[in-house]
Write a protein that binds this ligand. Structure first.
Ligand code: CA
Length: 235
């Protein structure tokens, strides 16, 4: 059984090993899943391969600069909306504005205090991806209490198996977004296990049935040959 993680993921892009170690240690302690890239090229490769929930991006990188990486991340459809916090030794106002203009969501000057940086990470996550950091997530008449692992619909308790729970939790992160079977497999089962895509259909079917028990209608939309999404109209 693979360990299935719904921890928000952070891609750290920095060439200075000590800073990477410091960031990794503290982010993991806060419950984030950390991936690291030591230059811009690696960052682009990792980010387009598996979209992180947030990118911590150093300005000063070998070859491609952080600002260029930021621009490239913003230009690709799969990474366009990923929040980016830039790290930099440059404190000048002009650079700060340039960074934000290029599409960074926030900006932290080096040397930084770890606590301040973590607070910024939390703030950006909360603003941009509230569903990743909140304990209680709601969409329409569906509520997921992540602390109690409890799901309610229209005020009534819904009993879900662990896989259906994780599926719902994942779909609720971006209501309306269409997830392919492969994306759901990766997110819910983990990329290191072999599960047939058809398995996703089976569990979506169970989830639908469980959520429909109150007669409120089917909140899951099947998108032919694309995948599944939580129904927009519900929100
Ligand atoms: Ca650097």
């Amino acid at each position: 059984m693979s360990s299935v993680s719904k921890a928000p993921s952070v891609l750290v892009v920095e060439d200075e090993k000590e800073i990477v170690t410091l960031l990794r240690y503290n982010l993991e302690k806060e419950g984030y899943e950390v991936t690291e890239a030591n230059d811009g090229e690696e960052a682009m490769m990792l980010a387009s391969e598996k979209q992180p929930d947030l990118v911590l991006l150093d300005w000063m990188l070998p070859q491609i600069s952080g600002i260029e990486v930021c621009r490239q991340l913003r230009s690709l459809p799969e990474t366009r909306n990923v929040p980016i916090i830039m790290l930099t030794a440059r404190g000048e106002e002009a650079d700060r504005i340039r960074g934000l203009d290029t599409g960074a969501d926030d900006y932290v000057s080096k040397p930084f205090s770890v606590n301040e940086l973590l607070a910024r990470v939390r703030a950006v996550m909360r603003r941009i991806r509230p569903a990743l950091v909140e304990d209680l997530v709601t969409f329409g008449d569906i509520a997921v209490d992540r602390t109690a692992h409890r799901v309610r619909r229209a005020g009534r308790d819904i009993h879900l198996g662990p896989t259906e729970y994780r599926l719902l939790d994942h779909l609720m992160q971006f209501p309306g977004r269409v997830y392919s079977r492969e994306q759901l497999l990766d997110a819910v089962w983990g990329s290191d296990v072999y599960v047939e895509a058809r398995t996703v259909d089976v569990h979506i079917g169970r989830l639908r049935k469980a959520l429909n028990v109150t007669g409120q209608g089917d909140p899951i939309r099947t998108v032919r040959s694309a995948g599944y999404a939580l129904n927009d109209s519900l929100g």
